[in-house]
Every structure is written in structure tokens, then in C-alpha cells.
Write a protein that binds this ligand. Structure first.
Ligand code: MRU
Length: 410
């Protein structure tokens, strides 16, 4: 690699790339939403490892600025990455795992304290189990290399190799989940023409591949079997409006955005054939933590006899957390609810708390859990890369996870 500690750049974070103006983004969305073509106007990956002459960096597509701008963040140390995780510049369970693993590798190759970096990364957000898992994979590889007598450079290479491996595995898992998911949809809803409702963001922005739930919708679209993707806007941070709509537009899918509270009338009108969501943590009993607003959709789906399908890699299944009540649900700052922030639109004289435009009286308290938990009895099926779990029981889930362990260790 030819890099030494003294060569390390002094910057912590920089941005580059030509920002797109809003009109440009709109034109792209129009062009790709309605052309029916499945091509992408940009190929900026959500995450990538680079080794410029100044030293290795982790480059992230800054998701807080989408869809207004496609801007990359360059992380040169774990603390910058921790901040990017907390601010949701990088987000979504599988991608958090990949980012965490690369973060450990970054600390190792740049000569920082790897244990300290691993702890800070693993605890940056509490709910998505993939984050701590990804950190552990790279950290264990680093420790194993040292224990086998390797030097710091070899240990850093081992951590990086583990991160790259996790990245690849996630891409493969995504493709297999899409296959299983489409097969399941065809079984549950013969005849195609699926109208699928999704929540939050689960596409290539959260994955080494094409995502989880979104990857299934995308595969259905490519097979000509998706009539419409209903996209929940996903208050308060609008991952649906900003990110899923952006991905759907780029993929040429027929999609319609709705406010979260419009879902009920959509079900009542008989316009939803299935709900597809991702997950941040699936407990041993099959409870599913996902973006807040998922549980109300599960209740609606049950009332209206619509399948409620969770798509997640086995890395999201956490056998060590027994049930939904044991999940730590991240509580986020109240200003995310009491203010609105348009991506990249500067706000003159903005309120102190979060820099957005206040939409509630000053001093209003807000309840802002980032996730909610859906009990297994409301989940029709969990689609993993190892197969479909339905009905959702602890035994069936454990069996699918065991299949994955056999593949990894065998
Ligand atoms: O707070 P976020 O944006 O990280 O939440 C993401 C979600 O809830 C996703 O639905 C989940 O991680 C599944 S992504 C495949």
C-alpha cells in the first residue's frame, strides 16, 4: 500500500463532486421514471474504499443531501464515520454493517486505536444489529491476524479483507433475496400486476447490492410484474420521499409517493396487494424492528388481508435478542419532528436546535423513536437469502440461520 502514519492527511472530512441543481435532478427523475428503461443516470455507489496517494479513505454518498445533490463524503478516520452514521449520511441496516467493517479497517490502516474505533462504531446507533456485527467481523479478523503473529500492517489487511468480504456477501444476499421474494410474490399473488407498498428506504443506498425489499420490487419490475410501487414518505426524515422515490425514478419504476397517514385509505380502496419492508433487527422469536411506521402498516395489512412481507439478510437476524420487547429502539432528537429541513436548501435565520424551519411552537416536546417493532404474528413471511420463513416461528427462523452458518463455515 506504501502508506505510513506520517503520510496521513490532516483533513477529517471533505466533499467533492459537482452538485446537481434541483432542475437537473427533477429532469433526471422524469426521464427515468417514465421512459420504462432500466438504466441509471449515475453510478455513484453508496460506499466505496479508495486508496489515493494521501492514504486510504472510505467514501460515502451523503444520503442527507439526496435527492437535491449527489455529494460524497470522504472519511479518513472512524470518528468522521461515526458522525456520518449518526447524521444518517450513511444508513440502513446492511449498509451500516458494511460501513462499520470498513471503519475498523480504516482505523487499522491509518494507525488509530482499533479497539477504541470498534467500540465507537458499534455503538454509534443501537437498533440495527448489522452495525455491531460488521464491526465485529472486521475487528475479529484484525485480532486473529495479530494473535497469529502478524504485524499491524498484516492485521489491517485482514480487517480490510473482512470488510470487502462482507460487502461482497451482502451483494450476493441481495440478489438471492430478490429471487426468493419474487417467487413468493408470484405464489401469493398469481397473475402479476403487483401493487406493492413500501416504507423507508431499502434499495442500493442501503446495500452492497440492490437492497432488500426494494430489490424484490425491482426484480418484479424487471420481470414486468410490478404495476405500481407505493412509496410511504416516511416521516420525519423522509427516507421514502427523498431516497426510495429517487431510486424508483432511477430504475424506471412506476411509483407514487404518499404521506404515511394516507396508507389507511389506500388499503381501504383495495389498492395494495402486498407490503414489502426491510428490517433493522429480527429477534429470535421473529419480531421485526424497522423504521417507525412499519408496525401500523402491519396492523392495516392484517385488517385488510394483505400479505406483510419482511425482506432481510440473515445478518439482520439476532438470535441473542429473544423478543421484540428486548430491542433497544433508538430515540432521536425532537427537532427532527418539530422542524422540517429540505435537503440542501439553506435556511436563513433557522431555529437553533436543528437548523430547520419550525413547524411547532418553540419548546414543543416531541416523541421521536426511529423504529417500531412488529410482532411475528403480523408478519406473513420473512424473506432471507437462505429462503423464506412462513409462518414466522422461532424454530423456522433458527433453521434458516443455521443454513447460512453451514454455508459460511462448511
Ligand atoms: O434510520 P434509517 O434510515 O437507518 O432506517 C432504515 C430502515 O429502517 C430500513 O428500512 C432498514 O434498515 C432496512 S434496510 C434494508
Amino acid at each position: 500500500m506504501g502508506w505510513s502514519w506520517n503520510d496521513r492527511p490532516r483533513y477529517g472530512l471533505r466533499t467533492f463532486n459537482c452538485p446537481l441543481d434541483r432542475g437537473q435532478t427533477d429532469r433526471m427523475a422524469d426521464q427515468y421514471a417514465y421512459s420504462g428503461d432500466d438504466k441509471r443516470p449515475t453510478e455513484i455507489p453508496a460506499i466505496r474504499w479508495e486508496e489515493p496517494p494521501e492514504g486510504p479513505v472510505l467514501v460515502l454518498l451523503d444520503q442527507t443531501r439526496l435527492p437535491a445533490e449527489e455529494v460524497e463524503l470522504v472519511c479518513t478516520d472512524a470518528s468522521t464515520l461515526v458522525e456520518a452514521i449518526r447524521s444518517l449520511a450513511v444508513r440502513g441496516a446492511p449498509l451500516l454493517g458494511i460501513a462499520g467493517a470498513y471503519g475498523v479497517a480504516l482505523a487499522a490502516v491509518r494507525g488509530f486505536d482499533v479497539d477504541e474505533a470498534a467500540t465507537a462504531l458499534a455503538t454509534a446507533r443501537p437498533t440495527a444489529v448489522n452495525l455491531a456485527l460488521g464491526v465485529r467481523r472486521a475487528h475479529s479478523a484484525h485480532e486473529a491476524a495479530l494473535a497469529e503473529g502478524g504485524d499491524v500492517r498484516q492485521a489491517a489487511s485482514a480487517a480490510l479483507a473482512a470488510a470487502r468480504q462482507l460487502h461482497r456477501e451482502d451483494a450476493e444476499a441481495s440478489a438471492r433475496m430478490a429471487e426468493h421474494g419474487v417467487t413468493l410474490l408470484d405464489e401469493l399473488l398469481p397473475g402479476g400486476g403487483h401493487r406493492i407498498l413500501t416504507h423507508c428506504n431499502t434499495g442500493s443506498l442501503v446495500s452492497g447490492g440492490e437492497g432488500t425489499a426494494f430489490a424484490v420490487a425491482l426484480a418484479a419490475h424487471r420481470a414486468g410484474r410490478l404495476r405500481r410501487l407505493w412509496v410511504d414518505e416516511t416521516r420525519p426524515l423522509l427516507q421514502g420521499a427523498r431516497l426510495t422515490a429517487y431510486e424508483a425514478a432511477r430504475s424506471g419504476m412506476a411509483y407514487t409517493l404518499l404521506t404515511d397517514n394516507a396508507a389507511g385509505s389506500l388499503f381501504a380502496a383495495g389498492e395494495v396487494d402486498a407490503v414489502l419492508i426491510g428490517a433493522d433487527r429480527i429477534t429470535a422469536d421473529g419480531s421485526v424492528a424497522n423504521k417507525v411506521g412499519s408496525y401500523p402498516l402491519a396492523v392495516l395489512a392484517r385488517y385488510h388481508h394483505v400479505p406483510f412481507i419482511v425482506v432481510a439478510p440473515v445478518t439482520t437476524v439476532d438470535p441473542d435478542t429473544p423478543d421484540g420487547a428486548s430491542i433497544e429502539v433508538e430515540q432521536r432528537p425532537g427537532h427532527e419532528v418539530t422542524e422540517v429541513v429540505a435537503p440542501q436548501v439553506p435556511v436563513a435565520g433557522a431555529a437553533e436546535a436543528g437548523g430547520g424551519i419550525p413547524v411547532a411552537p418553540l419548546g414543543t416536546q416531541a416523541y421521536n423513536p426511529a423504529f417500531d417493532v412488529t410482532p411475528p404474528e403480523l408478519v406473513t413471511a420473512i424473506v432471507t437469502e437462505e429462503g423464506v420463513v412462513s409462518p414466522v416461528t422461532a424454530e423456522a427462523l433458527a433453521e434458516v440461520c443455521a443454513r447460512s452458518r453451514r454455508v459460511t463455515t462448511g
